[in-house]
Design a protein around this ligand. Structure first.
Ligand code: IMO
Ligand code: MG
Length: 479
């Protein structure tokens, strides 16, 4: 693949998702991290993210660390930015994994201004936000929401606070008031955080000053987005969102840059199907509310669905392997029942949460939602991802409008009540067979080429890249 025409005169790239996350940002972050960037930075979220990276057939999932961390031998600098919320127990475990693989991490910088996820954040998130049965939004249960809530309420603990015992003690005392349901005490909480703080101390920096200096030196910068625009606290389907601004603006602010400083914002869009994990409205969901309810059931796992539909699989090092092209999966995708069709797409595309293992809800790509997201993110160059996954489906659809009562709507709105009420209007296209070894755009099936050009026209964007598989050589760069 050749990206040289895209990368001409570019110093800063951001990879930002235009849907509800899980659009394969990891594949491209890893590619630009290894082949192009000098500096890789994250600006939002924390270990709610899960970026799966495949290199030479080996799969790695990062939750906190930027993708560039695996290339320590190439001298890449990795930054966890000021806009992030950091669980140092999780970071410490990721650092242990690196040590076990013989990868050094002295190329990692942690912002002194990032906020610290404390055990009381995780505990509250698990009780209040995670369980959908009790009215929670289906968060990942990693303490993200409560930590950002404390940040906004001006009582959060910043990384730099960990190194001043008086400030730390006074903040923990304040937390005791804010978290009355928990039996907090200063000594125990300090004893928990102290060894973690000692471990990360040599990595703590004024990352904003460092990043601006690296830019001045002409270094190439990659901003690795997390979550997606439709999950943004500012622009997403509130309250079914994450607690940070996962837009281009939020991601840039999260490392101390203006979005204007990003030369090439690349936007990912899963196409022609999309997913959502956790609660919240999803107009094009196959099986609609029945699917939403089914996916909420904590019993539903990848293994259970494989067993239920008698699809052979093997377990290797805790990971499930199966043939995603199995005939039974294809039959499910072509079922007359939309709920089953959704299950078929989930199995064909292996759509199970990298962070929580939950089944991701599946449906056809919503071009209204994408147009809205692309506009806010200003990601006029688009990467379509996972396009190979639905090979074998007899036909596929893309949503270009909603019907609200008797009126047609052609713009997206974020209110859950609106999104739950409308029914999607689709363009249907003929399905295609395996495209995973196609190397150029002109060799894609005509119906898919037509769908891509319809999508470009509708969203006023240009599809620069089509991803047709997990490996980097399964990537089509369009002229
Ligand atoms: P990556 O970076 C998909 C979703 C959760 C939940 C909502 C709030 O892998 O694309 P939170 O724990 O953030 O308070 O949960 O946001 N969510 C994600 N969905 N991909 C992610 O990250 C997500 N991070 C959070 O499922 O609905
Ligand atoms: Mg993910």
């Amino acid at each position: 693949m050749s990206l040289s025409h895209l990368l001409k005169d570019i110093q800063t790239i951001a990879i930002i998702c235009n849907q509800w996350g899980d659009t394969g940002k990891g594949k491209f972050s890893d590619y630009f991290a290894s082949e192009w960037a000098d500096v890789i930075a994250r600006g939002t979220g924390g270990n709610n993210a899960g970026h799966t990276v495949v290199r030479d057939g080996k799969e790695r999932t990062f939750h906190l660390l930027p993708a560039g961390i695996a290339y320590d031998n190439l001298g890449k600098i990795n930054i966890l930015g000021n806009g992030m919320v950091l669980d140092f127990q999780v970071l410490s475990a990721e650092l242990d994994d690196l040590e076990n693989e013989g990868i050094s991490y002295n190329n990692l910088m942690i912002s002194k201004d990032a906020h610290v996820i404390m055990p009381y954040h995780v505990a509250r998130d698990r009780v209040v936000n995670q369980p959908q049965k009790n009215g929670g939004i289906g968060s990942t249960g990693k303490g993200i929401g409560p930590c950002y809530a404390d940040k906004i309420a001006r009582c959060g603990i910043r990384v730099s606070d960990l190194f001043d015992q008086d400030i730390l003690a006074s903040k923990i005392k304040k937390a005791m008031l804010f978290y009355p349901e928990q039996d907090l005490n200063v000594e125990k909480t300090t004893a928990y955080i102290a060894p973690l703080a000692r471990r990360i101390k040599p990595l703590v920096r004024d990352t904003i000053a460092e990043l601006h200096e690296l830019i001045r030196q002409g270094k190439k910068i990659l901003l690795e987005g997390a979550q997606g625009l439709l999950l943004s606290i500012e622009h997403g389907t509130y309250p079914y969102v994450t607690s940070s601004d996962s837009s281009l603006n939020g991601t840039a602010a999260g490392v101390g840059l203006s979005a204007k400083a990003i030369d090439l914002p690349l936007g990912t869009v899963k196409f022609p199907f999309m997913t959502r994990v956790g609660g919240g409205p999803f107009p094009t969901e196959l099986g609609s509310t029945a699917s939403e309810k089914y996916c909420q059931d904590e019993e539903i796992t990848q293994e259970l669905e494989l067993r239920k539909y008698e699809i052979p699989y093997e377990m290797e090092n805790g990971k499930i392997h199966y043939d995603t092209k199995n005939e039974k999966i294809r039959d499910l995708m072509n079922s007359a029942d939309p709920l089953q069709q959704g299950v078929g797409i989930r199995l064909a595309a292996a759509e199970y949460g990298a962070t929580t293992g939950r089944p991701r809800r599946t449906g056809w790509t919503d071009a209204l939602a994408a147009k809205y997201a692309i506009k806010i993110n200003a990601t006029s160059k688009i990467i379509l991802t996972k396009t190979d996954a639905i090979a074998g489906a007899r036909n596929f659809s893309v949503c270009y409008g909603y019907i609200d009562g008797s009126t047609k709507q052609s713009t997206f709105r974020t209110e859950p009540a609106f999104l739950r009420r409308v029914s999607p209007v689709y363009n249907q296209y003929e399905g295609y067979q395996d495209i995973s070894s196609v190397k150029c755009s002109g060799q894609l099936p005509p119906s898919l080429q037509k769908a891509i050009s319809d999508f470009e026209k509708f969203t006023e964007s240009s599809v620069a890249i089509v991803s047709v598989g997990r490996e980097m050589d399964q990537t089509i760069v369009r002229d």
